[in-house]
Design a binder for this molecule. Structure first.
Ligand code: KMH
Ligand code: ZN
Length: 279
C-alpha cells in the first residue's frame, strides 16, 4: 500500500495531564504551570513535537480559565518549540461555552472530538452543532484541529463534517484515535485496522491506547504508518505493577519504538509543516 503522509517519520505527541486523574492519587502529575513547562521541556528533549494540554486551577482541579490558558500558551511558546495544542474537550462537566472559549487563547492546534461517547461512568457530550461550531471557529482563527476519535462512527461523522463544512485551517486533516476508553472503541490491532479504512484520504493519524492498551496501540499505529500520542492523561502505569515515573519516560519509550520502526521522531517544525500549522 502507498505510504501515509509523513510516514517517513513519527509525530510524537505528549498528553501530560488530562482531566481525569487527581493530583492526590498521582502526585507526579504536572498540574501547575511550572510543572507543566518543566515536563514539556523534558519531553521535547526526548522526542515530543506536540503537546496536548489540559490545565488545572490553584486547587489542582481541571480548569478552562481563559487567563490561565493564555499564560500557558505563552509559557510553552517561550520555553519550548513544541506545537501547542489545547484541549477543547476539557472535563466531562465543562459546558460548551467554556470549551469554545478555549480557542480565544489562540493555540497552534486544538482538539475537536467528533461525537458523544460514554466515558467510563460518565458521558463525554459532543453534540453535532457543537462540533460544527468548533470546526468553524478554529478555521476562522487559523487554529489547526486534531479530530479526536473515540469510536468508529465518529470517523463517519468526520467525513460528513468535511463534506458539508470544508477543510480545516491549513488544509490538512489530522486525526487522533483515542482507543480503549470504557465506552469507546477497543484498543487493539483489529480495531485500528478497521479505523484505517475510514480515515480520510491524505489525512495523518496518531493513536493512543488508554491504560493497558497503550503498548499494543503504539505498536499497531507504528506498523500502520500512524503517529503516536503518549502521556499521563492516557496511562499512569509504565508496565504491569509499575507506575509511570514521569511523562518523559513514556515519550522516551515511544521515541525509541519509533526509531526501531525506522520512523524516527519528527521535529516540531517538521510537524508544523506536515499538519499545516503556520510557522
Ligand atoms: N477529558 C475528556 C473528557 C480532549 O482533550 O479533547 C476529553 C478529552 C478529549 O480529553
Ligand atoms: Zn485530552
Amino acid at each position: 500500500s502507498t505510504p501515509r503522509p509523513g510516514s517517513h517519520g513519527t509525530i510524537v505527541t505528549v498528553a501530560p495531564t488530562g482531566a481525569e486523574h487527581a493530583k492526590a492519587d498521582v502526585p507526579n502529575l504536572p498540574v501547575t504551570l511550572d510543572e507543566l513547562v518543566s515536563t514539556a521541556k523534558d519531553c521535547e528533549r526526548v522526542g515530543a513535537a506536540m503537546i496536548h494540554v489540559h490545565i488545572r486551577g490553584e486547587d489542582t482541579k481541571p480548569s478552562l480559565d481563559l487567563g490561565r490558558l493564555k499564560d500557558t500558551v505563552a509559557a510553552l511558546r517561550a520555553e519550548t518549540n513544541l506545537v501547542v495544542q489545547l484541549s477543547s474537550g476539557g472535563a466531562v462537566t465543562d459546558p460548551e461555552e467554556h470549551r469554545l472559549r478555549v480557542l480565544e487563547a489562540m493555540p497552534d492546534s486544538a482538539s475537536c472530538t467528533m461525537g458523544t461517547v460514554n466515558f467510563g461512568d460518565d458521558v463525554f457530550m459532543n453534540r453535532w452543532e457543537f462540533v460544527v461550531e468548533l470546526h468553524k471557529r478554529m478555521r476562522e482563527r487559523g487554529i489547526v484541529p486534531e479530530y479526536e476519535i473515540f469510536d468508529l462512527g465518529q470517523l463517519t461523522s468526520l467525513h460528513r463534517l468535511l463534506d458539508k463544512h470544508g477543510l480545516p485551517a491549513g488544509g490538512h486533516v489530522h486525526v487522533d484515535l483515542v482507543m480503549g476508553v470504557p465506552g469507546g472503541m477497543a484498543g487493539d490491532t483489529e480495531t485500528l485496522a478497521a479505523a484505517l479504512r475510514l480515515i480520510p484520504e491524505g489525512a495523518t493519524f496518531s493513536a493512543t491506547g488508554v491504560g493497558r492498551s497503550s503498548i499494543p496501540v503504539m505498536l499497531a499505529s507504528l506498523s500502520a504508518g500512524g503517529h503516536l500520542r503518549v502521556g499521563m492523561e492516557d496511562t499512569i502505569s509504565y508496565a504491569r505493577g509499575e507506575r509511570v515515573k514521569d511523562n518523559a519516560q513514556l515519550v522516551a519509550r515511544a521515541s525509541g519504538l519509533a526509531r526501531i520502526a525506522q520512523r524516527p521522531p519528527l521535529s516540531p517544525d517538521e510537524v508544523r509543516k506536515l499538519i499545516g500549522v503556520q510557522q
